[in-house]
Write a protein that binds this ligand. Structure first.
Ligand SMILES: Cc1ncc(C[n+]2csc(CCOP(=O)(O)OP(=O)(O)O)c2C)c(N)n1
Length: 287
């Protein structure tokens, strides 16, 4: 329950990111709604409070970088970028259309504010580590943030990157794992058991913290800790795939869903109701 959150503006931003991302996908007839919804709260913390950026100069050298390694969650990132002033809201209506600047997967050439093209799972974290190493070499004060999917962890490359991150002691980097328990074709536990994620990450000598990934207060606090010497390098976000709107949250197969603007309208009303009630996750006390 976050009714007493000190970060009401971040909760509002997270709700707006959810709403805009849903309309963005609805305009294209649907999209990767499950994994987009589960990162809206961390995106709110990053764009609303943490990251250094200038939306008028997306290539500003001293900006912080974000690599969304689970690149299929593009619409949530586009919503956050539009709400942060990187481009017009009207762009959100062009998702995946011919000539669009917003393809469904993140593309650094087309979209202002996107630091790395992603979609081939596993690769983003490696590039993020390279960026962090290069920035440190240049004595830059910029930081690198990256968001991984829990299904994405099945790519062996991710663990090579963790090894590099640990060995290089890249303190200018924060890695989030969106632990929404599902991948494309079902629950991780059933497809390929991930075992104890926190212990696995710690096995590399990396400090790791698990927080409620839908609670902006917890995500903010852990992120601020990660910015300090000795803080957690990896933050596991305990989330739910599709979190925030019932139609996505309750569907068994919610990786990619077809839905309409009317569905988005109903979801918008629900997201606003949850916002007023101080919750994101569906709770028994609520409905
Ligand atoms: C290398 C690679 N293999 C397969 C895919 C197809 N694919 C796209 S999303 C996805 C599931 C990813 O699951 P997860 O990382 O948990 O994402 P989330 O549930 O957060 O959407 C898969 C297998 C891909 N994009 N890249």
């Amino acid at each position: 329950m976050m009714a007493n959150s000190e970060n009401k503006e971040l909760r509002r931003l997270a709700a707006d990111i959810r709403i805009k991302a849903l309309y963005c996908m609805a305009g294209a007839g649907g999209g990767h709604v499950g994994g987009a919804m589960s990162i809206c709260d961390v995106l709110s913390v990053l764009y609303g409070k943490i990251m250094k950026y200038d939306s008028d100069r997306p290539d500003w050298e001293d900006r912080d970088r974000l690599v969304v390694s689970k690149g299929h969650s593009g619409p949530a990132v586009y919503a956050a970028l539009a709400l942060s002033g990187f481009f017009s809201m009207t762009w959100l209506d062009t998702l995946n259309q011919g000539g669009t600047n917003l393809p469904s997967h993140c593309d650094r050439i087309r979209t202002p504010g996107i630091d790395m093209s992603t979609g081939s799972l596993g690769q983003g974290i490696s590039v993020a580590c390279g960026m962090a190493a290069a920035l440190r070499k240049e004595e830059s004060s910029s930081r690198v943030y990256t968001i991984l999917g829990d299904g994405e962890l099945q790519e062996g490359q991710v663990w090579e990157a963790f090894q590099f991150l640990a060995h290089q002691k890249l303190n200018n980097m924060t890695v989030y794992i969106d632990n929404n328990k599902k991948q494309l074709d079902g629950f991780l536990d059933e497809v390929c058991e991930p075992f104890d994620l926190q212990k696995k990450v710690e096995g590399f000598g990396l400090k790791c913290k698990t927080v409620k990934g839908y609670d902006v207060d917890e995500v903010l606090q852990a992120t601020q800790e990660s910015m300090k010497e000795g803080g957690p390098r990896v933050i596991i976000l305990d989330t739910v795939k599709g979190i925030g709107c019932s139609f996505a949250e309750e569907a068994q197969a919610n990786h990619h869903m077809n839905f309409t603007k009317e569905d988005a309208e109903r979801a918008e009303a629900e997201i606003n109701r949850r916002y007023e009630a101080g919750i994101v996750k569906k709770e028994a006390a609520y409905e």
